[in-house]
Design a protein around this ligand. Structure first.
Ligand SMILES: NC(=O)c1ccc[n+]([C@@H]2O[C@H](COP(=O)([O-])OP(=O)(O)OC[C@H]3O[C@@H](n4cnc5c(N)ncnc54)[C@H](OP(=O)(O)O)[C@@H]3O)[C@@H](O)[C@H]2O)c1
Length: 325
């Protein structure tokens, strides 16, 4: 069995929430084909960590995100094939209460994906039902011990809870490989306020930055005046865009000076902060652009400028309600 330390984690991953989400609204064959092209392009270019979750897709599309990712991975033949890392997150649903339920959930996800390289607890129940997750974490540990997953990670955990869980796994000789939190220039809270990066470094855990483009608000394509997205993101845009103008201007200026796009600079900033960003891409064009965030680095002065601009934002992105302390 591949040990945790050997997990093939690249410096950038690709989130699949966009896949799951799109599939909620209407499934089309052509969309799957396009997503497969996105997958292939990413792997060819060395982006080999793919993140999904067993809660992505509801109703008749339940599990569809994992099924598609498994299919794409199995059908891919070519460069970097051996480095593909399939990560999924198991949700601590209120009806998932026992160790056995978590093991069953892991087996169901592994069947859809073909295999699991990294299994993650999707969120901590610390904020509303602190005792529930201990049984479920036992289930994650068992998946690892039975060799059904190659590594274990967490998601939306703050330093206090992370240390408790780390100790629990350490006692069973199981390493925690990764923690994923909402981290971007518009969501610095987990690092600047909670201090998760320091704790991760101390414990040897890699930090994954989810929503590194702040759901698209850092790409420069939205404006508070005349171009807001639709749906829930419209509300978020109305709340944050005007107060984020100086940050977006700073991002645009740095992007122009480096002959990069704003998305590329926003993703590269996450990399410079020592995290593994997993931007969601819904098209080949977006994937191609996001891949352009690799192979170069912002200089220290540019990172500092962006840090200052991020700190001056009026209203940051709302944090995930499940983010624990
Ligand atoms: N652990 C958790 O609780 C959690 C929560 C959320 C997400 N995640 C993970 O993180 C991944 C990414 O997060 P996310 O999708 O929420 O946010 P994101 O990466 O910040 O934003 C992705 C969205 O931005 C737009 N976009 C992406 N690249 C673009 C480009 N180059 N140019 C213009 N627009 C672009 C696309 O939406 P449009 O085309 O519609 O604008 C895309 O869906 C997810 O897939 C998931 O795996 C984890």
């Amino acid at each position: 069995m591949q040990t945790n330390q050997q997990l093939p984690l690249p410096i950038m991953g690709c989130g699949t929430w966009a896949w799951g989400n799109r599939l909620l609204w209407g499934y089309e064959q052509s969309m799957d084909e396009q997503l497969q092209q996105v997958f292939n392009l990413c792997v060819e270019n060395g982006v080999t960590l793919f993140d999904t979750g067993d809660s992505y897709g509801t109703g008749r599309l339940n599990g569809r995100s994992e099924i598609l990712l498994g299919k794409f991975s199995q059908e891919y033949i070519g460069k970097n094939q051996a480095n593909i890392c399939l990560a999924t997150k198991l949700a601590p649903y209120p009806w998932r209460l026992t160790r056995g339920a978590m093991v069953a959930a892991g087996k169901a996800s592994a069947k859809r994906l073909g295999r699991i390289d990294l299994v993650q607890m999707h969120w901590s129940t610390a904020n509303y039902f602190p005792w529930q997750e201990w049984q479920l974490l036992d289930g994650l540990a068992e998946l690892y011990e039975q060799g059904l997953v190659k590594g274990v990670g967490l998601s939306n955990y703050g330093p206090k809870r992370l240390k408790q869980v780390y100790q629990k796994f350490h006692n069973r000789n199981i390493p925690i490989t990764t923690l994923q939190v909402q981290y971007s220039l518009l969501s610095t809270y987990p690092v600047t306020e909670l201090g998760v990066k320091e704790v991760c470094d101390e414990l040897g855990i890699k930090l994954i930055a989810y929503s590194p483009l702040a759901l698209g608000f850092l790409t420069g394509k939205y404006s508070e005046k005349d171009n807001l997205p639709t749906g829930l993101r419209r509300l978020v845009g109305k709340q944050i865009l005007s107060g984020a103008r100086s940050l977006l201007n700073c991002l645009a200026a740095i992007a122009q000076s480096k002959n990069k796009t704003m998305s590329q600079v926003a993703i590269n900033w996450c990399i410079c902060k020592g995290t593994i960003p997993i931007p969601g891409a819904k098209s080949l064009q977006q994937a191609q652009e996001n891949i352009g965030a690799l192979g170069w680095f912002l200089d220290a002065g540019e990172v500092e400028e962006l840090d200052k601009a991020a700190a001056s934002v009026d209203k940051a992105m709302v944090q995930n309600i499940f983010q624990s302390n």
